[in-house]
Design a protein. Structure first.
Length: 297
């Protein structure tokens, strides 16, 4: 019965796309790279911002989302796992406010099933749910909730043995996630497999393994691929320059969805250029539309 109900939920949602007040945002093979603003999870490192959130004021989060929109990033990852915050009350309210005030699509990022349930129940669009790892307990707890609301699955390739470091081990975990999602009625075109971006300063040559993982996941599982690009330049001076180089290389290897810092220099220009060069933007329609809009400003 649960799988049947999930199938009905997905029939009511566009396949391989998020929805929001602005419309549909498709992702996956042959679609423009979907960028997700990851900065809410960092903004409350500022004590002044944290104090605002502790008082229940959401204006700092709305500003983060608006800054992302100005850079062409239409999805915002909402992560409020700071221990001093009342996540179960604050996250659903933040998601509603961000959607209503900015029109952004939403990625819900939590480790608490009750928080996920409450948030999705109050959100009338198709969300990206960054809630799944390859651990059996997490899959069995989170996937039924995502399926009930017809959400898209964001993942982290972590399982009982930790972060897999080889292509073969990452494929094993990815296969587990996709099979579990389908068993719960979630179609694979709505399962974004995180191919694991590790800080190059800590893990030299890790990018090569990640790029090979992207290609392998696409070839074997035919699912959308995901990376948290802001990890790439961690611990390095001017990290966003390293992040951008990593992003462009990953898109060329088949990356579909990227969590990014909207303040990355030249992000809007370079993502449109690489989408054009890799054939995601046929005949440069997206690039030229963006160019014309910029000229009119």
């Amino acid at each position: 019965m649960a799988t049947f109900q999930a199938a009905l939920a997905y029939l009511e949602r566009p396949p391989g796309a998020l929805t929001c007040p602005r419309g549909e945002l498709p992702f996956g093979a042959g679609r423009s790279t979907l960028l997700v603003n990851d900065q809410i999870g960092y903004c409350y490192e500022d004590p002044a911002v944290l104090a605002e959130l502790q008082a229940g004021r959401l204006e700092p989060l709305i500003e983060v989302a608006r800054e992302g929109l100005a850079a062409g990033v239409q999805v915002v990852n909402v992560q409020l796992m700071e221990r001093s915050l009342e996540e179960e009350e604050l996250l659903p309210r933040a998601v509603r406010a961000l959607s209503e005030e900015t029109g952004c699509a939403i990625a819900v990022d939590t480790r608490q099933p009750a928080v996920l349930e409450r948030t999705l129940a109050g959100y009338p669009y198709k969300a990206m749910c960054n809630v799944v790892t390859g651990e059996w307990g997490v899959l069995e707890t989170m996937l039924p909730i995502v399926a009930r609301y017809g959400g898209a699955v964001g993942t982290a390739l972590v399982y009982e043995k930790g972060v897999p470091l080889t292509v073969e081990e990452r494929l094993l975990v990815a296969r587990r996630i996709v099979e579990a999602a389908e068993a719960h009625g979630i179609p694979r075109h709505d399962v974004m497999i995180d191919c694991t971006c590790l800080p190059a300063a800590v893990m030299p040559d890790s990018m090569r393994v990640t790029l090979q993982t992207i290609a392998a996941v696409k070839a074997e599982l035919s699912v959308p691929t995901l990376l948290g690009i802001s990890n790439a330049g961690f611990l390095m001076p001017e990290p966003t320059q390293i992040d951008l180089a990593y992003l462009l290389a990953a898109v060329a290897w088949g990356l579909d969805v990227a969590l990014v810092n909207p303040r990355t220099p030249l992000l809007a220009e370079e993502i449109r250029a690489i989408d054009f060069l890799t054939g995601k933007d046929a005949y440069a329609k997206g690039y030229l539309n963006w160019y014309r809009r910029r000229r009119l400003v």
